[in-house]
Design a protein around this ligand. Structure first.
Ligand SMILES: [Mg+2]
Length: 393
């Protein structure tokens, strides 16, 4: 491969209003020939504005010959340890690494998954479709008219809709009423409503198909044991983040030791070293790198390649955001040859597929990666015009 580089000179941001408090935020980095790369920086989990940080870091890349997405760290004098410790910085770096990898893949005229594999000497072609699981939670969050129905019936309805659409696994986050710490030991009263929702969703999913449950770190050491037993009785497929496995590692390890169900988590983690530690030290069974926080698609690929050969099914990318991050996650997921499905937040808005150019294509629970170099798609500027705004900073 001849020396290949990308020299960014322009940066713009774009946002699309989705519903309630959710906006999908992304940016494009371009050179003077019109080659560009994109990254999503939606930060609903952070409540912070990432764009100014992206702009500051991108300034150090202007006019430089970038030949690897890791040049984002090099030119900004950042180490993986700096990013492990700062999720805001990790989000900005992950977006930029995604954009640079997208641009370099476009320059090589290869789809992103093929470019990543070529850079790592990984032979053979990746799959062009990815098995998804349906996260039904965001479809039941507040919309522009106010709060929506979070009753067990509503969970049944959404899980049913996902199964009818061909998904074989769904996920919900049902414990709205709970927040740690819990004064009682054993099963907290606040969990009853959430368990009702779990049973309702599992009824719709059925015994042959799978329901994952995300606890959003709403429990603590004592309550998590009881919750795990209840979820096991409800025939749930994985038990995600009763506590935060990164901030509360020793509690998560103790919960995991006696958990009857596989434990998943670490969605806000950065870097292969962190994910490897969580698996090697028996904190989790499944790590969930999010392309927006973990270092981008190349770092997610490396995480998969580090862990999956010895422990098939130990990596499932977290992806509850917009279609650009799903596309980047799909490239990384097929590149490391996933066992577990990739997350997809279903039914947030009925025009989601039209946000991308070409349209996002999901059929029977399978994501179809578009042909073409790089990500193979971009956020459609016309949709930005209609449903959001574009700006520079
Ligand atoms: Mg989660």
């Amino acid at each position: 491969m001849p020396d290949l580089w990308f020299m960014p000179t322009q940066l713009h941001f774009q946002t699309i209003h989705v519903r309630g408090k959710t906006d999908w935020v992304s940016f494009e980095l371009a050179d003077s020939d019109g080659t560009f790369g994109a990254g999503e920086i939606t930060s609903t989990q952070l409540d912070r504005n990432v764009a100014p940080v992206v702009a500051r870091l991108a300034n150090k890349l202007r006019g430089e010959q970038l030949s690897s997405d890791e040049d984002v760290l090099r030119f900004n004098r950042l180490s993986p340890a700096d990013l492990e410790a700062n999720v805001l910085l990790a989000t900005a770096v992950s977006g930029l690494r995604c954009a640079v990898a997208d641009a370099l893949a476009r320059r090589s005229n290869l789809p992103l998954h093929a470019y990543i594999r070529q850079q790592h000497g990984h032979e053979g072609d990746a799959a062009s479709t990815v098995h998804l699981y349906a996260n039904i939670n965001r479809s039941m969050l507040e919309n522009d008219r106010g709060p929506v129905d979070r009753s067990p019936d509503s969970f049944t309805e959404m899980a049913d809709r996902a199964m009818n659409d061909g998904f074989t696994t769904a996920k919900c986050a049902p414990f709205d009423e709970c927040n740690a710490p819990h004064e009682q030991s054993g099963l907290p009263f606040c969990a009853e409503a959430g368990l009702e929702r779990v049973r309702a969703a599992k009824d719709a999913v059925g015994p042959e198909r799978t329901l994952y449950v995300d606890c959003h770190s709403r429990f603590d050491l004592n309550s998590a044991f009881a919750i795990g037993d209840e979820l096991n009785s409800a025939d749930v497929g994985w038990y995600e983040e009763p506590v935060d496995p990164i901030e509360n590692t020793s509690a998560m390890r103790r919960i995991h030791e006696s958990s009857p169900l596989p434990n998943a988590g670490a969605e806000k983690g950065y870097g292969v070293a962190l994910f490897k530690r969580l698996i090697d030290e028996d904190v989790l069974d499944i790590v969930m790198p999010d392309v927006k926080f973990c270092g981008g698609p190349v770092e997610a690929y490396r995480t998969g390649m580090e862990l999956e050969p010895d422990r098939p099914g130990s990596v499932s990318m977290h992806c509850p955001s917009g279609p650009l991050s799903l596309l980047a996650s799909a490239h990384a997921t097929v590149a490391f040859e996933n066992v577990l499905p990739l997350e997809h937040a279903v039914y947030e808005v009925d025009w989601r597929n039209e946000v991308m150019e070409p349209f996002e294509k999901i059929e029977n629970g399978e994501f179809h990666i578009p042909d073409g170099p790089g990500l193979g798609g971009r956020v459609d500027p016309v949709m930005v015009e209609m449903k959001g705004r574009r700006w520079e900073e």
